[in-house]
Design a protein around this ligand. Structure first.
Ligand SMILES: Nc1nc(=O)[nH]c2c1ncn2[C@H]1C[C@H](O)[C@@H](COP(=O)(O)OP(=O)(O)O)O1
Length: 211
């Protein structure tokens, strides 16, 4: 190699970002149960609103139509942190002044085009407490699919694909999708699917009846 081909600069890190527009990395100092002062590396969102405890909402939206099976409205989208597409419930951050219910109906409309009605909401729940203080409220929404507004829903986000999966085969249909394409399923979704299958769609399997 001639001198002119030699690299002029040794590669090195210029800056380690600890705070960005959307998230920050914090060294949290705390006292443990033995009285020792310790630290923990914590990821926090910068966007949490002052009067809300939860960062965002997840929406379990059930589409109910005459002569159709009830379907769960799902979204598939590319998620940069995973470098992959995911299968998730519609979701989003809570805006200033919004309740979880209002944020859920807004996000559902934006991401899927459907207009829904809130039928339940969870308390504030954590998502990955060993990593982040990030919290969510899951909002259960019914969609009247016979309503003229919901017959041809028009979503506002072209990079989000809406997928309808029948509730009575939810886990099986997710498994089919995972077999067909490289896609990561959100933990909340798969746990919901397993819970539905166990609670409602399997005959009571008492050990004594198995012999
Ligand atoms: N961690 C993030 N990094 C980003 O670069 N941008 C982010 C992050 N989190 C949210 N956002 C941006 C992307 C969207 O433009 C807005 C709103 O997202 P929202 O639709 O409310 O939430 P998701 O569906 O979970 O993306 O925030």
């Amino acid at each position: 190699m001639s001198n002119s081909d030699e690299p002029k600069v040794t590669p090195h890190i210029v800056k380690e970002e600890v705070s960005g527009q959307w998230v920050k990395l914090e060294k949290t100092t705390y006292v443990d149960s033995a009285g020792n002062t310790r630290t923990w590396e914590t990821v926090k969102r910068t966007t949490r609103q002052t009067n809300t405890e939860a960062d965002g909402v997840g929406i379990i939206a059930l589409l109910k139509r005459t002569l159709h099976k009830d379907c769960v409205v799902m979204v598939k989208q590319f998620r940069p942190p995973l470098g992959s597409c995911t299968l998730e419930f519609p979701a989003g951050l809570i805006d200033e002044g919004e309740t979880a219910e209002v944020a859920a109906l807004r996000e559902l409309k934006e991401e899927t085009g459907y207009k829904g009605e809130v039928v339940g909401v969870t308390p504030v729940t954590c998502l990955d407490p060993g990593l982040s203080n990030c919290t969510t409220q899951i909002v259960l929404v019914n969609i009247n699919g016979d309503d003229v507004e919901n017959i041809h829903p028009t979503q506002q986000l072209e990079f989000v694909e809406v997928i309808l999966l029948p509730l009575d085969e939810f886990q099986m249909k997710i498994d089919d999708l995972l077999q067909k394409e490289k896609i990561v399923v959100d933990a909340k979704v798969y746990i919901f699917a397993m819970g539905m299958a166990q609670a409602f769609f399997k005959p009571r399997e008492l050990p004594v009846l198995k012999q």
